[in-house]
Write a protein that binds this ligand. Structure first.
Ligand code: ADP
Ligand code: MG
Length: 201
């Protein structure tokens, strides 16, 4: 069984930062249709701060990498997505505990706990047109493989297009939110794709 250590998790977050940088304009475009056009900038600032702190003082365990990253997102991102992604990473990291390395199965279980914490914090469920529409199926599919998680997150993000937003800023638009892809579900798919990419080596 493959084991993933703290360095792997730092590579994941570095790849996530690169993906967010590359797609920032697209994320902001999606957020300008059903939000306030700051999602790309929010995540760019947040993930730059995350990789900076992880490079400066690399934590020793996968759990500590994720809890440190989560704290950093909460303190640097003003929008709704900062506390939500911060909660995701902090709770996933806490669930990983103090192990020096973890299996994909460990991560799948921990990610499910992180995703549940996002649901608790934001009160959203699958189908409400939020990041959870990508994250819930991704955490489930991670039990099968990294590639399955990536595909499930991408499918989940695409599936937000016909939905009416029931949480967050987009919900203020009511019916007018229909026909647009959710920015947070889209960025969640990017984060899971970054994970699959580093796992593939
Ligand atoms: P803000 O909405 O404060 O401008 P962002 O633009 O950075 O923050 O993030 C918007 C994204 O956050 C949405 O596309 C959605 O996926 C996610 N989001 C907003 N509210 C919630 C919630 N209550 N639960 C889960 N995700 C949410
Ligand atoms: Mg926004």
């Amino acid at each position: 069984m493959n084991e993933f250590d703290a360095a792997f998790f730092r590579r994941w977050l570095a790849a996530a930062r690169a993906a967010v940088d590359r797609e920032a304009d697209h994320l902001t475009e999606l957020d300008s249709a059903i939000g306030d056009a700051d999602h790309g900038a929010n995540l760019k600032r947040g993930f730059a701060a995350v990789t900076e702190v992880l490079d400066k003082e690399p934590p020793a365990t996968p759990g500590a990498v994720l809890t440190t990253a989560g704290r950093q997102l909460i303190s640097t991102v003003g929008g709704a997505s900062g506390p939500l992604y911060g909660t995701l990473l902090r709770h996933t990291g806490k669930a990983l505990g103090e192990a020096a390395s973890v299996t994909r199965q460990d991560l799948a279980t921990a990610l499910a706990a992180g995703v549940a914490a996002v649901g608790q914090l934001g009160g959203a469920q699958v189908g409400d047109k939020t990041m959870l529409d990508a994250l819930v199926p991704a955490a489930e599919a991670l039990g099968d493989s990294f590639a399955a998680a990536r595909d499930a997150a991408e499918a989940g993000a695409l599936a937000t297009v016909p939905l009416r937003a029931r949480k967050g800023r987009a919900s203020y638009l009511g019916e007018r939110s229909v026909g647009h892809q959710d920015p947070g579900a889209t960025s969640s798919a990017l984060l899971i794709a970054a994970l699959a990419e580093v796992a593939a080596g």
